[in-house]
Design a protein around this ligand. Structure first.
Ligand SMILES: CCCCCCCC/C=C\CCCCCCCC(=O)N[C@@H](CO)[C@H](O)/C=C/CCCCCCCCCCCCC
Ligand SMILES: [Ca+2]
Ligand SMILES: [Zn+2]
Length: 268
């Protein structure tokens, strides 16, 4: 039986042709397309630091997990090993867990939790620990489950969009557009690979890496603005774009306008 560390021990093989450019790298473009995770992650840690200091240093945990996803994803596509796949999926699962615990608006908590964030976090942690064990049994199913969670995120985002938050709605539109393009490339790579091999274009999964890493700063900014609206209403938050606000394309991030005000909770 092949070891979980050995090359191609994973059940998943993405559409890109294996070992085309090197004997050491199974999927070359799928490996190098993770570079944005290593650029956006550290930049966001730096840019969001004032917000994290005010809200919680756990914000940095989410951003570190984002960098780890890039690292594990590179390792996975380089080796196509079962171990690489597990690391990649678990990093994604724990990023989602951290984001839910930190920012999921209280008004969508199940009623029996009585809007208590600590109880909600315990529930999410228990579910994530169970899913972590299940990931070892059937990681292929897990990849679809993780994408399924994005439907829940889209659902509550749609409810928030209807509330017409002035600063948030533009962000939601951009995030949705990037996510829709990203998920289309992920699905096409998985389901229509023979077609894309015939037309000699097998790089869709690389586009997924780039598009989802571009969507991430928008999703995080949306979550922070909603959290600011509901839970830090006396601390005005400002959206900025790196490197310059005036540029058409930039990395969104959030800073504090006024440091002195107190935290306060607002009901949804
Ligand atoms: C209130 C909680 C909100 C949580 C928001 C969390 C946002 C996370 C956004 C991005 C995560 C990046 C995931 C990148 C994965 C890259 C590695 C990779 O390609 N792995 C694949 C194997 O190579 C694996 O098959 C991928 C599995 C799918 C992961 C699905 C991630 C969920 C993304 C959630 C997007 C929400 C969109 C909402 C739009 C408004
Ligand atoms: Ca392949
Ligand atoms: Zn990937």
């Amino acid at each position: 039986m092949a070891s979980i560390f050995s090359y191609q021990s994973s059940e998943i093989d993405w559409c890109e042709k294996n070992f085309q450019y090197s004997e050491l790298v199974a999927e070359f473009y799928n490996t190098i397309s993770n570079v944005p995770f290593f650029i956006f992650g550290p930049l966001m840690i730096y840019l969001m630091h004032p917000y994290a200091q005010k809200r919680s240093l756990k914000v940095h945990l989410a951003l570190v997990l984002f960098i780890l996803i890039g690292l594990f994803s590179s390792y996975f596509h380089m080796t196509l090993s079962f171990f690489g796949q597990i690391l990649d999926e678990l990093a994604i699962l724990w990023l989602l867990t951290t984001c839910y615990c930190l920012w999921f608006p209280r008004c969508y908590f199940p009623a029996f939790l009585k809007k208590n964030r600590s109880l909600f976090s315990c529930l999410v942690l228990v579910i994530s620990i169970i899913v972590t064990f299940l990931a070892f049994i059937k990681p292929v199913v897990n990849a679809y489950v993780l994408n399924g969670i994005s439907l829940h995120i889209c659902y509550f985002t749609r409810l928030e969009y209807k509330k017409n938050h002035p600063k948030v709605n533009h962000m939601i539109r951009v995030a949705l557009m990037l996510w829709a393009m990203a998920i289309s490339t992920w699905i096409c790579d998985r389901l229509f690979c023979p077609f894309f091999q015939r037309i000699n274009f097998t790089y869709l999964h690389s586009f997924w890496h780039i598009l989802i890493s571009m969507a991430f700063p928008y999703i995080i900014t949306i979550l922070i603005l909603l959290d600011g609206h509901y839970e830090m209403q006396n601390v005005p938050l400002e959206i900025h774009y790196w490197p310059r606000d005036e540029w058409i394309v930039g990395l969104p991030y959030v800073t504090l306008k006024d440091d002195k005000a107190n935290n306060e909770t607002k009901s949804c």
